[in-house]
Design a protein. Structure first.
Length: 317
């Protein structure tokens, strides 16, 4: 039975009844209600609202329905574990399809959005304030480094602001004196270089929401100074720049498909990948399944510390 022609048994005669692909996917999502509810626990996100957003996101991007289901649901679980809504409208979390050239399968990578990063930083309870802005050439903008770091930004309110020249992020921890925060600045060229390296640099949010992607990029640059939840989200995001696919397994980032295995035009090859070995953990089921078991360090076989120091090992320190 193909994904495009899914059926269910219905009626007294038990005859096969055709189900639209998105309706069949909704049924699969419903079967995982308890799994999503467990992952969303403490986030304040209602599980039914989360599920509805996942279905809506897939309906808006039908290419996701052609992807490996285990990969699709792992990515949805990433959003649930972070407490983010899968929604292009809300801008908290995106799901994008790619190809795994070893298995010949289409796989899904989750991408936290600008609003998702801000939500994670604010939900941590560690920060008094955090924000990011773009800077235009006609704005008044100045930064001071050294022992008394300072950033000032006065947007031009009357007349054209000109072209974007950079982005900055500012944050203050609650235990710091009022007004004593830190910041990160990136020029327009800095952000453009990252966009050009990204697998989706010419499509998706980079094409439709460049300003928000610029704000998100400077937040990512400051990740090591921000709460842990932001750092974990950045591992998923870094895959778009560096070519790997990562998921959160039991809340900890793990690389599922290595960079050299990702391509835009995959040729089917019958080989086993890390993705295949994890597939059965949350593959489509006929009843709610238990929360997946955390994989061993063999998921990242080359990590000198078994993958425990994930921030440094994934190259985002």
């Amino acid at each position: 039975m193909t994904r495009a022609a899914e059926t269910i048994r219905g009626g007294a005669t038990g005859t096969a009844v055709a189900v639209a692909p998105i309706q069949a996917f909704k049924q699969e999502v419903d079967l995982r209600t308890s799994m999503f509810a467990n992952s969303l626990s403490g986030s304040g996100v209602p599980v039914e609202k989360f599920k509805a957003n996942v279905v809506a996101a897939v309906a808006a991007n039908p290419a996701l329905l052609t992807c490996d289901r285990a990969s699709l649901f792992r990515t949805a679980m990433d959003a649930a574990q972070l407490g983010l809504m899968v929604s292009a409208t809300l801008g908290q979390f995106w799901m994008l399809p790619f190809n795994d050239k070893k298995s010949g399968k289409k796989i899904v990578q989750g991408i936290p959005g600008y609003r998702g990063y801000l939500h994670l930083a604010r939900q941590s309870g560690e920060l008094r304030r955090v924000f990011a802005h773009e800077v235009y050439e006609n704005d008044e903008f100045d930064v001071v480094l050294g022992s008394h770091k300072k950033v000032t930004h006065k947007p031009k309110l009357d007349g054209p602001r000109g072209n974007i020249v950079g982005f900055y992020c500012y944050w203050e921890y609650k235990d710091a004196p009022e007004g004593e925060g830190d910041f990160e600045y990136m020029s327009f060229d800095d952000v453009e270089n990252i966009r050009k390296r990204s697998r989706s640099g010419d499509s998706g949010p980079w094409k439709t929401d460049f300003v928000q992607m610029g704000r998100k990029t400077v937040i990512r640059r400051a990740k090591n100074y921000l709460p842990l939840s932001v750092q974990k989200a950045a591992v998923l995001d870094a895959g778009m720049d560096r070519g790997y696919v990562a998921n959160l397994i039991e809340g900890e980032p793990q690389i599922i498909v290595e960079a050299e295995d990702i391509t835009e035009d995959a040729e089917p090859v019958k080989k086993t990948t890390k993705l295949n070995r994890l597939e059965e953990r949350i593959a489509p089921v006929a009843a709610p399944v238990a929360k997946p078991v955390k994989p061993t360090a063999s998921v990242v076989p080359d990590a000198p510390d078994g993958g425990k120091n994930w921030v440094a090992w994934y190259g985002i320190a």
